[in-house]
Design a protein around this ligand. Structure first.
Ligand SMILES: [Zn+2]
Length: 455
C-alpha cells in the first residue's frame, strides 16, 4: 500500500468524511461562553482513539488541550505535529445567516456552518488523512502528533499552561497548521512565521474637565497639544520609530527569504482596491513586502481629544488618548520593547500614562529546512500549481509558543477558500477545497517521510 491507495481511499470516502465534519460542526464549542467544550473534546478524543492515536485532554486554566500521538513502525521516522483549534467564534448576528450556524448545510458546492473553516474542517482534514492511511493499512510515513487547543478564538489565553510543563511531549520535526484562506484566485499559499505585537494606550490628563478657551486658553495646559507633541517624539524625519533601541534586535531576511519576496507579485492598483487607499502605493515591491514581513510597525490605531463634531466648541481639552500597536519582528522581545517605551515616556513626557494590552513574540521558521521543502513539494503536487509562498504573514498569532517557547519549526498552509467568511455569518468551506485539504495532508506526510530522519 502506498500514498496512491490513500488518495484513492479519500476519493471513495467523500460522503463519510463530509458527515464527520457535519457532526463536529453541530457541536457549538464557543470557548468565550464555556459552551460545548466538553462535548467537542469527547467527540475528537473518540475519533482519534478509533484510529489508534493515544489521545488525552489536558486541563488548563481554560478549555482543555487535546494532545495525541501515533507512531509509525518505520525506523528512524520523522515526526509531524498538527496544530489546530476546536473552539469557534460566536455565531451572532444570527439573522444574517442563511442557515442554522450549528446545523451545517451544503449549498452550491460549499458547506456552511460556524467553524467549518475556522478551524474544524481544516484540522479535521489531518485526522481524515490519517483515517485513510489506517483504513488502507498503509504504513505511516512519519510519527504524528495532534495538538488541538480550545481557546484560540480567545487569544489562546491558557495555552502556556500546557506547553511549558509538556515541552518534551511536543518534540517534532515540524509543527503544521492549516488555517485561514488561500489566494483569491484559488492558488494555495503558505508562510513560515508571524509578527509579534505590543499594543498600548497613551493617556494625558491636564485638567479634570475641558475648559473655556477664552477664559483659560494659554493658561490651562492643552492635553491635545501635549499628546501631539509626545507622539511626534516617537517618529524621526525619515518616518522611522525614534524610541531608543527600538530596532536593535531586528534580524534582516536571509538571501533565501529575499528571493521569496522577489518571487511575489505586487500590483499597486490591486493594493489600492483592497485597502481603499486614496492613491496607489508608490513603494517598490521590495519595500512593500519588507514593510509587511521584516520591519516592525509603530502604528497609531486611534486618537481622541476635545470636540470633533459639527460646528465648534471653543474648549481647552483636559484629556487626550492615543492607542497604538507595535508589530514586532524577529528577535524583538515584547517585554524589552515595553521597557523602551517606558524609558521614552520618562525622557520626553512623564505625564503620559501607559497601559499595555497584549505582548506577543514574533515567530519565524527557516523555510529551507528539509521538512518545509517537503511541504512545498507536496502542496504543488496536490493542487497542480506552484503555491504562493510568503516568508511571513504580517499578522500576529500565538505561533511563538511553538517556535520561541518550545523551539520547534512551524509552517502554516491554509486549506480554505479565500472567501470563507470566518468570524462572520455564512462561514463556508468549498467541498473541493475541503477534500483537497485531506489529500494535501496525506501527501505532506508522504513527502516528509521521504526526508531522512533527523538524528
Ligand atoms: Zn478564528
Amino acid at each position: 500500500m502506498s500514498v496512491k491507495d490513500v488518495h484513492e481511499h479519500i476519493d471513495r470516502n467523500r460522503e463519510k468524511d463530509l458527515e464527520t465534519l457535519k457532526e463536529l460542526v453541530r457541536i457549538p464549542s464557543i470557548a468565550s461562553r464555556g459552551q460545548g467544550i466538553e462535548e467537542a473534546c469527547s467527540y475528537i478524543l473518540g475519533l482519534l482513539r478509533s484510529l489508534g492515536v493515544s489521545a488525552e485532554a489536558y486541563p488548563t486554566g481554560g478549555a482543555p488541550v487535546i494532545f495525541g500521538h501515533i507512531e509509525t513502525d518505520k525506523p528512524g521516522a520523522k515526526t509531524v505535529m498538527f496544530y489546530g483549534h476546536y473552539d469557534v467564534q460566536p455565531p451572532e448576528p444570527l439573522d444574517k445567516w442563511d442557515s442554522d450556524p450549528f446545523e451545517p448545510e451544503v449549498r452550491d458546492g460549499r458547506i456552511y456552518g460556524r467553524g467549518v473553516g475556522d478551524n474544524k474542517g481544516q484540522f479535521l482534514a489531518h485526522i481524515l488523512a490519517l483515517r485513510s492511511y489506517v483504513a488502507t493499512g498503509t504504513q505511516l510515513p512519519v510519527n504524528i502528533k495532534f495538538f488541538l487547543e480550545g481557546e484560540e478564538e480567545n487569544g489562546s489565553a491558557n495555552i502556556l499552561d500546557f506547553i511549558i510543563p509538556h515541552k518534551d511531549l511536543l518534540a517534532c520535526d515540524l509543527v503544521y497548521d492549516a488555517d485561514g484562506g488561500q489566494e483569491p484566485d484559488g492558488r494555495p499559499s503558505m508562510h513560515f512565521g508571524t509578527r509579534g505585537m505590543v499594543d498600548c494606550t497613551f493617556e494625558i490628563e491636564t485638567a479634570a474637565k475641558d475648559n473655556h478657551s477664552g477664559h483659560h486658553g494659554n493658561n490651562v495646559p492643552n492635553a491635545a497639544w501635549k499628546m501631539v507633541k509626545f507622539l511626534s517624539t516617537l517618529v524621526d524625519e525619515d518616518g522611522r520609530c525614534a524610541i531608543e533601541g527600538f530596532y536593535d534586535d531586528v534580524i534582516p531576511p536571509t538571501a533565501y527569504e529575499k528571493g521569496m519576496i522577489e518571487a511575489l507579485e505586487l500590483d499597486p492598483l490591486d493594493v489600492q482596491r483592497v485597502t481603499g487607499a486614496v492613491r496607489p502605493t508608490e513603494l517598490s515591491k521590495e519595500d512593500f513586502y519588507m514593510n509587511r514581513m521584516f520591519r516592525p510597525t509603530f502604528n497609531i490605531n486611534g486618537l481622541g481629544s476635545g470636540y470633533t463634531g459639527a460646528g465648534y466648541r471653543t474648549i481647552v481639552p483636559g484629556h487626550a488618548v492615543a492607542k497604538m500597536d507595535f508589530r514586532l519582528v524577529k528577535d524583538q522581545d515584547p517585554q524589552d520593547i515595553i521597557e523602551k517605551i517606558r524609558a521614552h515616556i520618562a525622557k520626553y513626557d512623564p505625564d503620559v500614562k501607559l497601559t499595555v494590552g497584549s505582548a506577543v513574540w514574533p515567530s519565524r521558521t527557516d523555510p529551507q529546512i528539509p521538512a518545509c521543502r517537503a511541504v512545498m513539494r507536496a502542496v504543488e503536487t496536490v493542487y497542480g500549481v506552484k503555491p504562493v509562498i510568503q516568508p511571513l504573514t504580517g499578522a500576529t498569532n500565538p505561533e511563538y509558543v511553538f517556535t520561541k517557547i518550545a523551539g520547534l519549526p512551524s509552517i502554516c498552509v491554509p486549506y480554505c477558500n479565500a472567501d470563507e467568511s470566518q468570524h462572520a455569518p455564512n462561514e463556508n468551506f468549498t467541498l473541493e477545497k475541503f477534500y483537497q485539504g485531506i489529500h494535501c495532508t496525506a501527501e505532506v506526510l508522504s513527502e516528509i517521510g521521504k526526508e531522512e530522519a533527523r538524528r
